[in-house]
Design a protein. Structure first.
Length: 119
């Protein structure tokens, strides 16, 4: 597996840990539908959170979470709709982005709630 994939897996693990620390139950990781993949699906109270994780080892061109295209957003929404239909879930849904940036020998995590409202 390529090094960038390893780093992406580390980023997703850190994002899942971050969500668990905020009280979310992780119910799915890397859930796929057609050409879309939802990195993390979490649940807290009556809120389903669909999370896209973006990991970068540098931020020369901007924060990791700023690299989500309109096409990626459409695919995530389509996949989330399919997940909700398949599982027959009836809760509110929120789309978040978690950026993981390698920084000073550690990692900086930035969590944007309702992230697609910011695009």
């Amino acid at each position: 597996m390529a090094t960038h994939n390893d780093f992406g897996n580390i980023g997703e693990a850190l994002a899942a840990k971050h969500l668990e620390q905020k009280g979310f139950q992780i119910i799915e990781k890397n859930w796929r539908f057609k050409k879309a993949e939802i990195d993390i699906i979490g649940l807290k109270n009556d809120l389903l959170i669909i999370v896209e994780v973006k990991s970068r080892s540098y931020n020369y061109y901007g924060a990791p979470q700023h690299f989500i295209s309109p096409k990626k957003i459409r695919l995530l929404v389509e996949a989330a709709n399919e997940y909700i239909n398949q599982k027959e879930i009836n809760v509110d849904v929120r789309f978040d982005v978690i950026g993981v940036l390698k920084e000073n020998g550690g990692f900086k995590i930035e969590h944007l709630e309702n992230a697609f409202l910011h695009f």
